[in-house]
Write a new protein. Structure first.
Length: 548
């Protein structure tokens, strides 16, 4: 109660009040930078409040570390999962808690008991690297339950789930509620908040502004509580698609583990493999398989797919971080397949990466240095061959103001910003260079409803001016609402086309998991009937790690 937390130049939390009852799902919503993350870090023992108190089961407590919070039955599932891919589920669950139930039969029995009790369907002996996103999330939930958590903090738990997986998660949460557990549910997806929560607390600019009962609240009313004003009515978008091709991808194929296995007489070249060299038995899996598409000026092409089905490799190939094993990439009439990443960027390809921490920011660098990333040779960051620090700093201030990046100044580190404000900085950086083609991977992941609408407006405005966009997103409403054309990727192939004007999220979600849908047009096999599969003798092989 009365939680207050100050940092140099900013008050993150100011007299926040939050009360969560047993056997309920309590949602916490607010704009980016409203103070949600700071409040949860305090509740989980990662930070200490400057003022205020925390009580668990009526007893006032003080936490000096997450271990203290765990000991009092509080567990947290972070938006970015904390799992070791090279360990099994069992090993991940018991890691650091070996004293509870050992590392063998006792631990296995407890894991099965928890999994069965809450309907988590977790398999103890599989490697985490072989699991999908939804399964990994259930492992994270099981980890905190294994440690005795009675209050669970879930940070953006549906950010990367398809509708069917969201339904399964909500079913799990109902099981937890029925056992008397409390769940704190943090999300920017207000429709989901209203469907799963028993009560909602809204915070704005670091302080509590009210509570809401889902049955008496609409998403729009909730959003207006968050921003403190009425939201504008969305305008009907008119088609801006032209007949001018900007990106032409033909037969793009990429193998995991650096390429296909070659026969004795075949030789790799410095730029990757030449042509369509036939892989031998045991060759690596094709993580991108004969992908072909064209995006025109003024067109947004959306790609829908469960994460891990080739989206990362497609992005890497288009931006030049991964060589194509076969196929070509054309940009405004030029074959850019052999071009380096810098040349692609300088010629007008913008890039909003799917993982802002790994690929979009230098977290310990100030904001103005992050503004330069990917554009070090371009104005206003450079004058000739020299870096223009004053120009970069001035433009960073402009981006901060235009994109409403909540920060005390441009000299603070990127790590000091909330995830949504980090994302707004990246979007502002890329849109500022007026790209001709924009690769937008999850452009609004982790941002609030107001910032999401602003980013959508930026993309629509640039599209009206002729920008071509490849949009990859786990938010199906975003894909349907922004895309002019919509395609489904599954196991590295584009397997279906959908009409954004008529397709539903449920139909799209079914196609993403490989199920057929009568309302989607499925892509025909190649005319020559060539088999696109590649033999792989290792059934557990996973696509190449996306580290760059």
């Amino acid at each position: 109660m009365g939680i207050t937390k100050r940092f140099p130049g900013v008050v993150a939390n100011s007299d926040i009040h939050l009360s969560v009852s047993k056997g309920t799902v309590h949602a916490l919503v607010g704009e980016n930078g409203a103070g949600k993350s700071t409040l949860m870090k305090i509740l989980y023992g990662m930070q200490k409040p400057d003022e205020g108190t925390i009580a668990v089961d009526g007893e006032q407590v003080t936490f000096s570390s997450p271990a203290d919070a765990i000991a009092r039955g509080i567990g947290m599932v972070h938006q970015h999962f904390m799992l070791a891919d090279n360990l099994t589920v069992l090993e991940n669950v018991v890691l650091g808690s070996e004293k509870l139930h050992g590392i063998g039969g006792g631990a296995r029995k407890k894991i099965k008991e928890i999994s069965d009790r809450y309907g988590l369907s977790v398999r103890a002996d599989v490697l985490v690297e072989s699991l999908g996103v939804a399964e990994r999330q259930r492992v994270e939930i099981l980890k905190v339950l294994y440690r005795g958590a009675r209050t669970l903090i879930l940070d953006e738990p549906t950010a990367v789930l398809v509708p069917q997986e969201v339904d399964a998660l909500f079913s799990n949460l109902r099981e937890l509620k029925s056992e008397g557990l409390a769940v704190i549910f943090i999300s920017h997806k207000l429709g989901e908040v209203l469907s799963v929560a028993d009560e909602i607390t809204v915070i704005r600019r670091g302080t509590t502004v009210g509570t809401a009962v889902p049955s008496a609240t609409t998403p729009r009313q909730l959003a207006e509580m968050m921003v403190g004003s009425e939201l504008p009515t969305p305008e009907t978008a008119e088609s801006t698609v032209t007949d001018q091709p900007v990106i032409e991808v033909k037969g793009l194929t990429v193998y995991a583990s650096g390429g296909a296995s070659l026969g004795a007489e075949s030789e790799p070249t410095a730029g990757g493999l030449l042509g369509d060299l036939a892989p031998t038995a045991g060759a690596a899996k094709r993580v991108l398989d004969d992908v072909t598409f064209t995006i025109h000026a003024g067109e947004v092409m959306g790609i829908a797919g469960v994460e891990g089905n080739g989206q990362t490799e497609l992005i890497d190939a288009l931006i030049g971080l991964k060589n194509a094993d076969s196929g070509t990439i054309g940009f405004l009439g030029d074959d850019i397949t052999p071009w380096a990443t810098r040349k692609r960027r300088e010629q007008g390809i913008g890039y909003i990466p799917e993982d802002r921490h790994r690929h979009g920011l230098l977290l310990e660098a100030p904001l103005w240095e992050n503004r330069i990333l990917g554009h070090v040779t371009e104005k206003p960051n450079a004058k000739g061959m020299w870096l223009d620090i004053k120009g970069a700093q001035a433009d960073t201030r402009r981006i901060v103001e235009e994109y409403d990046v909540r920060t005390p100044g441009i000299d603070v580190t990127a790590a000091s910003l909330s995830g949504g404000n980090q994302q707004k900085l990246i979007v502002g950086r890329e849109m500022s260079h007026k790209p001709k083609f924009l690769i937008a991977a999850h452009p609004t992941r982790g941002v609030d409803v107001g910032a999401q609408a602003a980013i959508w407006d930026q993309i629509r405005e640039a599209r009206r001016e002729g920008l071509a966009v490849l949009l990859i997103s786990a938010d199906l409403d975003e894909l349907i609402g922004l895309s002019d054309t919509l395609r489904v990727i599954y196991d590295g192939r584009l397997v279906a086309d959908a009409d954004p004007a008529t397709v539903t999220p449920e139909e799209l979600g079914s196609a993403m998991t490989g199920a057929a849908s009568g309302h989607l047009e499925h892509v025909e096999e190649a005319a020559d009937g060539a088999d696109s599969t590649v033999e792989n003798t290792d059934d557990t092989a996973a696509p190449e790690d996306e580290a760059r």
